[in-house]
Design a protein around this ligand. Structure first.
Ligand code: ATP
Ligand code: MG
Length: 426
């Protein structure tokens, strides 16, 4: 029978991968704790309507990337393509917003039916932050600082923060009209995708990945020129706050986010190490979303980091992480000995030791070889004689202490003692 494969764009993370993921997750959790941000966990499956209303029907995500199907109750369901809409839905549903501003983080898999490539998967993972009920410009800078400091602490080098202001809905409407007439005048020079977007989502043309279109757009009108005075002032306050924090940024007037709900501050953190998929973190302000999803008018700002891209960046600097060596390797041979070895193994673990048990039942010589390879400092050896006496032999695998025969509990205590002594040494 042929062997089964995972679906295209859906990856397995093996034990050699997960230590780095765990380090990222632990560091993020610690940063969120210090920033007084609470964790929220929402379902991976939501009503399709949530994303249509939340993200916008004209976006790539909703238009062509969602995993949508009918469940057995004939409801249209969608595997979440991003986290913000679900977080906002949950905040509204549980009345969290009536209790004052909400500082929330989430992490987990997201699903988009895209062409799989380096840094672009169909199941990928995000860690994200949403600050709901905060309107001031300093909160935009605070949200950015949380992402920036997390990435810096993880050791990602060569990052660049790009920011832009998308202004108010009125600003964008004014700009959209200007842009559309410019795009129509240059229709024949645009790539087909961008030509289609003129009528569906013209701002997204600015975000085109086609190099010819990008070059052409250098002459297009910019959003910055279309912003009303108040939007300009607000954006200036965000930049001042970033300067006060010492976070460097570049203005990117063509930065528009792929999701419809953004306004005012939009930002991306990119790396020059990632090739075409350069954005590690994307986010911005989305003051209209809560109301659009049926909640009270609520200003909000947030971001999401793509973990696959972060891992690509960190992987280069990180030595392959080996499984940690056990503290004790348990060797046994013979039925009674194997039973006793299992008891010893469990007692060691209950006492806090990392214990690996050789379950091969093979020759002592082979088991010893594996014990050496495991990197454990100690081996416990149980043969027929030890089993009969309720004892085990303790062997120093790095060679200095003489071998001793001990009752099981004493053996565990000795190994613990020796590890404590070793960790006390400078
Ligand atoms: P891109 O322009 O690269 O498609 P996006 O604007 O669609 O990104 P967002 O929706 O803002 O991305 O998601 C935030 C982050 O999640 C991205 O910056 C990226 O790091 C990550 N991300 C998005 N889509 C994918 C994907 N298909 N595979 C891996 N990571 C992704
Ligand atoms: Mg995308």
């Amino acid at each position: 029978m042929g062997s089964l494969q995972s679906l295209p764009g859906l990856s397995d993370l093996l034990p050699s991968d997960t230590p780095l993921w765990q380090r990222i997750e632990a560091t993020a959790r610690e940063h969120f704790r210090r920033a007084a941000i609470g964790e929220i966990r929402t379902p991976m499956l939501e009503a399709t309507e949530l994303f249509k209303r939340g993200i916008g029907e004209a976006t790539d995500v909703v238009g062509k990337e969602m995993y949508t199907f009918l469940d057995r109750g004939e409801r249209s369901c969608t595997l979440r393509p991003e986290g913000t809409a679900s977080v906002v839905r949950a905040a509204i549903q549980h009345g969290l917003l009536a209790k004052g501003p909400q500082r929330l983080w989430y992490s987990g898999p997201m699903f988009r039916y895209e062409r799989p490539q380096k840094g672009r998967r169909r199941q990928f993972h995000q860690i994200g932050v949403e600050l709901l009920g905060v309107a001031d410009a300093t909160s935009d800078a605070e949200a950015i600082a949380i992402a920036w400091d997390l990435l810096a602490d993880l050791g990602v080098a060569g990052l660049q923060l790009e920011i832009n202001s998308l202004g108010t809905p009125e600003d964008r409407q004014r700009y959209r009209a200007e842009l559309v007439s410019w795009l129509e005048a240059h229709h024949d020079q645009l790539d087909p995708d961008s030509q289609n977007r003129i009528s569906t989502n013209p701002l997204r043309v600015l975000d085109s990945k086609n190099p010819d279109t990008q070059a052409l757009l250098a002459g297009a009108p910019t959003l910055a020129d279309a912003l009303a005075g108040e939007s300009h002032e607000r954006f200036a306050r965000v930049r001042q706050a970033l300067e006060a924090l010492g976070i460097p940024f570049v203005l990117n007037p063509r930065l528009v986010r792929g999701l419809d709900y953004y306004g005012h501050t939009a930002f991306e953190i990119t790396s020059n190490q990632l090739g075409a998929q350069a954005t590690v973190c994307g986010g911005g302000r989305y003051d209209g979303l809560v109301e659009q999803l049926g909640g009270p008018p609520t200003a909000a700002v947030g971001w999401a980091i793509g973990l696959e891209r972060l891992v690509l960046l960190l992987w280069q600097g990180e030595a392959m992480v080996e499984a940690p060596a056990p503290d004790l390797y348990v060797i046994s041979r013979g039925e009674a000995a194997e039973g006793q070895a299992l008891v010893l193994t469990r007692q060691g673990r209950q006492a806090g030791l990392v214990v690996e048990r050789d379950a091969s039942g093979g020759a002592f010589g082979k088991q010893f070889k594996r014990a050496d390879r495991s990197g454990a400092p100690w081996a416990a050896v149980i043969g027929d004689d030890e089993a009969a006496a309720g004892m085990a032999k303790l062997k120093d695998l790095h060679g200095e202490q003489p071998e001793r025969q001990l009752p099981v509990l004493q053996l565990v205590a000795m190994v613990k003692e020796s590890l404590k002594a070793a960790s006390r040494q400078p």
